[in-house]
Design a protein around this ligand. Structure first.
Ligand code: NAP
Ligand code: MG
Length: 407
């Protein structure tokens, strides 16, 4: 392809570079699958751990602000530092998780969707379409206060209102035994943002959405979630849902779990923070592989940040540094790029760009359905003739099919 015929972009996307094996693959994806076809415009932010340390993590804040401004971002996996990483990289501080920072600034909800590939069968045979999980990422036990309680104590819930009035509720009298107690909270503003992000994303995917909690037991706390969802849906979304031919309903979390297992997929499941944490790992495993799990952060203000659900694949990186060729699956990272380019195309009315992104997705899936894949995926694939490829080869195999599709 000559540079003249490359697809033009009007508005840039935010590009957040990352760490380890995914950083290596990031560059290959651009060189092999994007630059030859697209006159790529990005605002580049290096979220690699070294640069986060050098900029006192300001770069993460700047990248998040840029995402608000430009509306679309693509992010490479990044290291969340722990004590070992502080030593390994001689960090000035144990910087916070970049995803946490981005989420706090965009006030967004994370949606995780598996990529469906023939030959990689979900453990649940009825699942034919992807199930997307939306996880509320604020509050509940993730911002709890908890303590051990010695026998003979009384635990109470005390709330002081703005006028200084106290409301006291008995939690438990620990008459016969030591015990434990925990206080959790959530805020209406965050639950409302969560609900709006969920409804917007359902409209975008044209898929029915459920929200599930345990309001029969938690008659005030979980019930508040249910009421906020119902109110926002009724006032702001009902009509648009009818026009799109999709539904919203609330159900008990127990019922949701039973329905999910019997379903054929093709819907969005909105979960409270803890349920989303647990259920998203269950779904990722049941669909087959982390290498096929995509993730997008959607802000209530309409900004989108796309990424792979997996991490920086550290083990493969150290083996790569020793000069060994690693078989790392690039698919979820490719889909982060295609998600962002498709969204940019949609927002700018750039159909050429959106079509390119779709062709790249088709080529990626076709490659795996023709039996070409990484080692981990090959262990799951039911196909007869498989060809295990190294990461870079995988990308050239996809390119060959992309050229076939775009001829
Ligand atoms: P991980 O990077 O997802 O990798 C865990 C294991 O899963 C790998 O060792 C590999 O298994 C397999 N795997 C994951 N992605 C794969 C792919 N694309 N292709 C082939 N195999 C894949 O998780 P982790 O080892 O727990 O975390 C590593 C680093 O990533 C940590 O520093 C963590 O902070 C960071 N992290 C970042 C994000 C993010 O940026 N969103 C998310 C999670 C973790 P085998 O070794 O068996 O081949
Ligand atoms: Mg989890």
């Amino acid at each position: 392809m000559s540079s003249k015929s490359k697809i033009r972009m009007t508005t840039p996307i935010v590009e957040m570079d990352g760490d380890e094996m995914t950083r290596v693959i990031w560059k290959w994806i651009k060189d092999i699958l994007i630059f030859p076809y697209v006159d790529l415009k990005t605002e580049y932010y290096d979220l690699g751990l070294k640069n986060r340390d050098a900029t006192a993590d300001i770069v993460t804040v700047e990248a998040s602000e840029a995402t608000k401004r430009l509306g679309v971002a693509v992010k490479c996996a990044t290291i969340t530092p722990n004590a070992a990483r502080v030593e390994e990289y001689s960090l000035k501080e144990m910087w916070k998780s970049p995803n946490g920072t981005i989420r706090a600034i965009l006030d967004g909800t994370v949606f995780r969707t598996p990529i469906i590939v023939k030959g990689i069968e979900p453990y649940v045979p009825t699942w034919k379409k992807p199930i997307t999980i939306a996880r509320h990422a604020y509050g509940d036990i993730y911002k709890n206060t908890e303590t051990k309680v010695p026998k003979g104590s009384k635990a109470e819930l005390v709330v002081t209102d703005p006028d200084g009035n106290e409301k006291r509720l008995l939690i438990h009298e620990f008459k016969d035994s030591d015990g434990i107690v925990q206080g959790v909270h959530n805020v209406d503003s965050s639950i409302s943002s969560f609900a709006r992000s969920c409804f917007n994303y359902a409209l975008e995917r044209r898929e029915t959405i459920w929200f599930a909690a345990k309001d029969t037991i938690s008659k005030t706390y979980d019930h508040r979630f249910k009421d906020i969802f119902a109110e926002i849906f009724e006032n702001e979304y009902k009509k648009r849902f009818e026009e799109a031919g999709i539904e919203y309903f609330y159900t008990l979390i127990d019922d949701a779990v039973a329905r999910v297992i019997r379903s054929e997929g093709g819907f969005i499941w909105a979960c409270k923070n803890y349920d989303g944490d647990v259920m998203s790992d269950m779904l990722a495993t049941a669909y087959g592989s982390l290498g096929l799990m995509t993730s997008v952060l959607v802000s209530p203000g309409g900004a989108y940040e796309y990424e792979a659900a997996h991490g920086t694949v550290t083990r493969h990186y150290y083996s790569y540094l020793e000069g060994k060729k690693e078989s790392t699956n690039p698919i979820a990272t490719i889909f982060a790029w295609t998600g962002a380019l498709k969204k940019r195309g949609e927002l700018d009315g750039n159909t050429e760009l959106a079509e390119f992104a779709e062709d790249l997705e088709k080529a990626s899936v076709l490659t795996m359905e023709e039996g070409v894949m990484d080692k981990n995926l090959s262990l799951l694939s039911k196909l007869e003739n498989k060809k295990i490829v190294y990461s870079e080869e995988f990308l050239y195999e996809i390119r060959e099919r992309l050229d076939r599709i775009r001829k």
